[in-house]
Design a protein around this ligand. Structure first.
Ligand SMILES: *Cc1c(COP(=O)(O)O)cnc(C)c1O
Length: 371
């Protein structure tokens, strides 16, 4: 296995599973993203402990930005058997690290250009329309598949009438899974949850095929929503709605330059910040091209240990100005994401959700994995 790890087909920054990068002794002008693999595993175990059924793992979008290969490799190591990705390409990248026995489900189903990837990597498309069902039965008649049902979200899946029309034909072919997705599971009191649950039961009750409805939010809604297999994603990587999740990612931005700024001088594009006292300003590497969107600037801080330092001026494409006047010494790097300021705090500052912060984590960061 180890010999395959550096295979050139794999994205080069996805090194796993060890903290193997020489970032400590060499000053590099890229952010350092530390991913705590143990925290991912303990989040999976905590979510698994909330149900009596099988718990899968959703590792789409490069494992929510943290590195899908590393996450998948570690999760399969503790016995996770069912993985979910968005498309066949993502699934193909995972077959080798997961080994031959893991089941890799593909949410987007079987698109016309995906047939070879599905066959060669033994992926399980979650067919979502009559067209996909026809294509799959015609092009890969003996290959496994699941069915995606729309229960009200109106995003992907067969609607109840369409399902009714094909149900007998499909069931004769032995689907591995019947699944649907909740639109409002992060709001436990939303009436949509019970409504979708009822529709899901109406269209699947009495069928002897494993069922799946719950992602992270659905697991937290309680036992009725669990069925045979759950599909947590964000909860594994430390984001809401899993409030008790262990923190997974830390992002440190190296200080490239430090300067003294006199009262009345300005910093950054558009002169939006003016020094009101003699100030020391650190310029750190990392900006909106790395997913640190401009909108968050005024509401976030960077940390030297526990000491917060405000952002000054606008976030640039590759740099951020930070007021380090109150630090005894300007540090080598400042933490922008970590236990001091979590994914969902950054998300609030950017008027978005933790999912978007994680999946926007920049490709330029040096990623390293630790336990
Ligand atoms: C992304 C996704 C999941 C995982 O959702 P989380 O909220 O991240 O747990 C599960 N099922 C489907 C269909 C998805 O698209």
């Amino acid at each position: 296995m180890a010999a395959n790890r550096a295979s050139p087909q794999q994205t080069p920054h996805l090194l796993f599973p060890l903290p193997c990068l020489p970032v400590k002794n060499r000053a590099m002008a890229t952010g350092r993203l530390y991913i705590n693999s143990d925290a991912v595993l303990s989040n999976w175990r905590a979510l698994d402990a909330m149900t009596d059924c099988e718990t899968g793992a959703v590792v789409k979008a490069n494992g929510y930005g943290t590195g899908a290969i590393s996450a998948a490799h570690n999760l399969v190591g503790i016995g996770v058997r069912s993985f979910f990705v968005a498309d066949a390409q993502e699934g193909a990248l995972l077959r080798k690290p997961l080994g031959p026995d893991a089941c890799i489900y593909v949410f987007s189903g079987h698109m016309s250009g995906d047939t070879d990837l599905i066959r060669l990597n033994d992926l399980v498309p979650l067919l979502n329309s009559q067209d996909q069902i026809t294509r799959h039965f015609r092009d890969l008649p003996d290959a496994p598949f699941g069915i995606q049902l729309d229960t009200g979200m109106n995003r992907l899946g067969l609607e109840p009438e369409a399902w009714q029309a094909v149900r007998e034909t499909v069931l004769r072919r032995g689907p591995l899974l019947l699944m649907s997705h909740l639109a409002c599971a992060d709001s436990p009191d939303h009436s949509m949850n019970a409504q979708q649950l009822q529709v899901f039961k109406d269209v699947t009750d009495g069928i002897d095929v494993p069922r799946s409805l719950a992602a992270t939010g659905g697991i937290l809604l309680g036992q009725e929503y669990h069925f045979d297999l759950t599909r947590p994603g964000i909860g594994l990587f430390g984001g809401l709605p899993f409030r008790d999740a262990r923190h997974v990612v830390r992002l440190d931005l190296p200080v490239i330059q430090v300067r003294d700024v006199a009262p009345g001088e300005t910093v950054g594009y558009g002169n939006t910040w003016t020094a009101t006292r003699a100030s020391r300003i650190a310029t750190v590497a990392g900006g909106y091209a790395d997913g640190l969107v401009r909108l968050m600037g005024p509401k976030i801080r960077l940390f030297d240990g526990q000491t917060p330092c405000p952002v000054v001026g606008r976030i640039s494409m590759d740099m951020i100005g930070v007021d380090v006047t109150d630090l005894a010494e300007p540090p080598e790097a400042l933490t922008i994401l970590g236990p001091q300021q979590r994914v969902d705090t950054l998300a609030d500052a950017a008027q978005t959700i933790g999912y978007e912060i994680l999946t926007s984590l920049g490709g330029r960061y040096t990623r390293s994995y630790s336990s």
